[in-house]
Design a binder for this molecule. Structure first.
Ligand code: BEZ
Length: 254
C-alpha cells in the first residue's frame, strides 16, 4: 500500500506514545497561540491537530474550532478531547472561503508537498483571513537527523530526509506564491529537554528512517545513532533536542 502524501513513509502514530514522548509539543504552544489571538465567534481550522491537546485550548476563546487530522488514532484522541475533526489529508482541499484563521502547530514539517498545502490554506480562508503557524524550521533537529543518517549509511543504507524544515526565506516565497502577504516570520532556536530521553523521542519519531528494516537492524542503527548524538546529552539536564521553530503569520488579502 502506498503512503498518503501527508505522512512520512514509515511514521506510525500513536496518541499514547505521542503524549508520553512529545507531550511538550502542545505545552510549548503558548507563543503561537498568542500570535493567533483567537476571537469569540471566529471560525478557525487547526491544521494537523494531532491528539487535540492544544486545539482544546483554542476552544476556550469561544471561537468555533475544527481540527484537521489524517491519522485515525490521533483523530480519535482529538474527538475524545471534544474537537470536531475533519479526518483527511491537508494535501486535499478543505474548503473555499470558510475560515477566519487557519492555525497549525508542529504539523507542517510533515507535509511532503508544502506548496500544495499552503495553497489549500489560502483557498480555505476568507478574504482578510490569517494563517498562523509554528513548525520545525531550518536546522531543526539537525544533530538528530545527521546522526540517524550517519548510522544508516554506516550500515549500508541510504540517508533520508523525511521532514520539511524551511528557512524563513523559503517559506515566505511559498506563502507569497500562494497569494499571502507575510506579516511576520522568524526562526526561533528552542533547545528542548526530552522527558523520556532521546530513546523515547526516537521510539516515536524514528520510523521514517528505520521503519522498513528488520527489528535487529533497527536496534543496531538506533544504538549507533544514539552514540553519535552524545553532544545532545547534558550530565545534569539530560537529553536536550536541538529544536528550531519557524513561526509565521500571513494574511489573505481582501
Ligand atoms: C518537531 O516538532 O520539530 C518535530 C517533531 C517530530 C519529528 C521532527 C520534528
Amino acid at each position: 500500500m502506498s503512503t498518503p502524501p501527508f505522512l512520512a513513509a514509515g511514521q506510525i502514530w500513536s496518541a499514547h506514545d505521542y503524549a508520553a514522548n512529545a507531550g511538550f509539543v502542545p505545552a510549548l504552544g503558548a507563543d503561537v497561540l498568542a500570535l493567533l489571538a483567537p476571537q469569540k465567534g471566529e471560525d478557525i481550522l487547526d491544521l494537523g491537530c494531532g491528539d487535540g491537546v492544544l486545539t482544546a485550548r483554542l476552544l476556550q476563546s469561544g471561537a468555533n474550532i475544527t481540527g484537521l487530522e489524517p491519522d485515525p488514532d490521533l483523530s480519535a484522541a482529538a474527538i475524545r478531547a471534544g474537537i470536531t475533526v475533519l479526518q483527511q489529508d491537508a494535501h486535499d482541499p478543505f474548503g473555499i472561503n470558510v475560515y477566519d484563521a487557519v492555525f497549525s502547530n508542529a504539523a507542517l514539517h510533515w507535509m511532503r508537498t508544502p506548496q500544495t498545502v499552503v495553497k489549500n490554506v489560502h483557498t480555505a480562508l476568507r478574504p482578510g483571513g490569517r494563517f498562523v503557524a509554528e513548525q520545525g524550521g531550518f536546522g531543526n533537529v539537525a544533530a538528530i537527523v545527521t546522526a540517524m543518517n550517519a548510522a544508516l549509511e554506516a550500515a549500508g543504507f541510504p540517508a533520508t530526509s523525511p521532514w520539511d524544515f524551511p528557512s524563513p526565506s523559503l517559506q515566505k516565497q511559498r506563502l507569497k506564491h500562494a497569494g499571502f502577504e507575510v506579516t511576520s516570520i522568524a526562526l526561533i532556536p528552542r533547545p528542548t529537554p526530552l522527558p523520556t530521553g532521546i530513546s523515547g523521542w526516537l521510539r516515536t519519531f524514528a520510523g521514517p528512517f528505520i521503519g522498513s528494516l528488520s527489528l535487529e537492524m533497527q536496534a543496531n542503527i538506533l544504538s549507533d545513532a544514539e552514540r553519535r548524538m552524545a553532544a545532545l546529552h547534558d550530565p545534569i539536564e539530560g537529553w536536550i533536542a536541538d529544536y528550531v521553530r519557524l513561526r509565521f503569520c500571513a494574511r489573505k488579502p481582501g
